[in-house]
Write a protein that binds this ligand. Structure first.
Ligand SMILES: [Zn+2]
Length: 543
């Protein structure tokens, strides 16, 4: 089937980077986010074209140039401003929708709200193309699991490759001036949610299709996001699980032209700014990104979340000191070509940043390990004291995400004590379910994928695959919360289903439960258990 033209490649790019695929209605929904109504351009010093930044201490807007340091009142500066919502809708209706509808039989429609515009692409009149699309997307249902298809990698030409990447920029590319490099040089970035492998695919594609440099990658990994274990010892143990960001200097990316109008204009503004100031500086190549670990400087502290099931299998249990190591593990032609890596020297390169190492290799690994373990112990000690002195403060209200970890610990114990089994317990809202690999649960995981919103915490016993669900709230429980839990439970039929809040039940729900006690039931014999979370313990209501 020969579908690979510019338009199809663009559509495929949208689906890979931000698509949700609905087989039943033969459609793909694509998100275009615009969190705030307005977005501002770069604040430039009129004297020397340097960047003006806000000081965190004083709140003043000051020129970054050490010789200038002038303080500005924002009103006297000519800062560009875009209405993101309007620009996104206009671009979708006038540019992107007509382009997609030029493909045989495809229809589009637009829905959304103040924070997101969603383009629905309806394939009902071209079933063949839809089946082909499903195949290319490897039958994945959301952008959290998609990869760049081989069709693009192996058969793309310059034109189709450019259009594919334009689509990536339109959906998950950003040109916010706040994400500049330390010296003030502007960076564009691609933000990939919950999909480390797609992040690696995009980096590889930029290299193999265009030979373009990337400045750095902020991978969603505990050693990288939470190097000093602030989240770990703080309120959010899994706070390291953020979006991945590929950062690049836009002046090298001129071949691309986003179709979302404000992104296009913001990119142009960044290019102009950088060319005015930084053209003499060469791009950041991988050679510079890879710093050998031999001198044992900056070894990261060990992080217990290195074993998290949120990490892809290849990375689980691996300690990471530098971002490029993740590329080595996941497979990076950029690095492999540069250093002639193969299966024999890959591992040594991962550990050392060098292709060969003398006979002190084992000693080196040992030293590295003990440094990172000692750093962990130091941080642990430091934070123990902190908790003691701040214990009064911790009574403040929890966020919903902060309840997930204590609930996971509680559920594991509860299953062990009451069902005599070890279990896999995870928070399903942010865990990439494709990473969970233990035999016999594929079908269960498939069913979870059908929910738009997932139960917060899920437990599955190792012995007979019994399922446990927790829906967690930090507000007074309402009938709406209960209905959601009942909904999951009717589909999944868990061994136990819990609705747990840090607050009491609302008076209205209490009343309803008294009048209609059957609303708790999700089958003939089982009902949802309602509890309250306090000091990491759950107390159940007698209902
Ligand atoms: Zn200045």
């Amino acid at each position: 089937m020969d579908y690979l033209n510019k338009e199809f490649s663009y559509l495929l790019g949208l689906a890979v980077s931000k698509g949700r695929i609905v087989q039943e209605s033969m459609s793909i929904y694509i998100d275009f986010k615009h969190k705030f109504e307005y977005i501002q351009g770069i604040k430039v010093c009129p004297n020397d074209n340097s960047l003006i930044t806000e000081s965190r201490k004083t709140g003043n807007f000051t020129c970054k140039n050490e010789d200038c340091k002038k303080i500005f009142n924002l009103d006297e500066l000519n800062i560009k401003k875009w209405d993101q919502v309007e620009s996104t809708k206009k671009s979708l209706l006038e540019i992107i929708a007509p382009l997609i509808e030029s493909l045989d039989g495809l229809k589009t429609s637009l829905i959304g709200n103040s924070q997101v515009s969603i383009l629905k692409v309806d394939f009902t009149n071209n079933k063949k193309m839809f089946s082909y699309m499903l195949e290319l997307l490897n039958y994945e249902k959301t952008f959290k699991n998609t990869r760049i298809p081989d069709l693009i990698i192996d058969e793309g030409n310059e034109e189709t490759n450019i259009e594919f990447f334009n689509a990536v920029l339109d959906t998950i590319g950003y040109f916010n001036s706040g994400n500049h490099y330390t010296n003030g040089r502007m960076r564009g970035y691609i933000q990939i949610v919950d999909n480390l492998k797609l992040t690696n695919d995009i980096d590889n594609f930029l290299y193999s299709a265009f030979n373009l440099p990337v400045q750095t990658i902020r991978w969603s990994h505990p050693n990288i996001v939470d190097g000093n274990l602030k989240y770990y010892f703080g309120t959010s143990r899994e706070g390291w699980a953020k979006e991945n960001q590929i950062k690049f200097f836009p002046e090298f990316y001129k071949i691309f032209t986003p179709k979302i109008i404000h992104k296009n204009e913001m990119m142009e503004e960044q290019i102009k700014f950088n060319e005015n100031k930084y053209l003499h500086q060469k791009s950041n190549s991988y050679e510079k990104r890879i710093s050998p670990l031999k001198n044992l400087n900056n070894i990261a502290a060990k992080h217990p979340e290195e074993n998290s099931i949120k990490l892809d299998k290849e990375l689980r249990g691996r300690h990471i000191d530098r971002e490029w190591q993740i590329g080595v593990v996941l497979g990076s032609p950029r690095i492999y070509d540069l250093y002639d890596l193969n299966d024999d020297n890959k591992e040594i390169f991962f550990e050392t940043g060098e292709v060969t190492f003398d006979n002190s290799y084992e000693t080196f690994l040992y030293k590295k390990k003990s440094i990172s373990e000692n750093k962990f112990k130091e941080l642990e000690e430091k934070n123990k004291n902190k908790v003691k002195t701040n214990s009064k403060k911790t009574s403040s209200k929890l966020l919903e995400v902060e309840t997930y970890y204590p609930l996971q610990v509680w559920l594991k114990n509860h299953i062990k004590e009451n069902h005599n089994s070890d279990s896999l317990v995870f928070d399903s809202s942010t865990t990439n379910l494709n990473n969970i690999d233990f035999e016999g649960i594929d079908e269960i995981i498939e069913e979870f994928d059908d929910f738009d919103i997932k139960p917060d915490v899920v437990g599955i016993t190792y012995n007979n695959k019994n399922i446990f669900l927790i829906e967690s709230k930090v507000t007074k429980l309402s009938l709406e919360d209960l209905s959601q839990t009942i909904g999951y439970s009717k589909v999944i039929q868990p061994t136990e289903a819990f609705l747990i809040s840090t607050e009491e039940i609302s008076s209205n729900l209490l009343f309803l439960l008294d009048v209609y006690p059957e609303v708790l039931k999700y089958n003939a014999t089982q009902k949802v258990k309602i509890g309250k979370l306090a000091s990491n313990e759950v107390k159940f209501y007698d209902l």
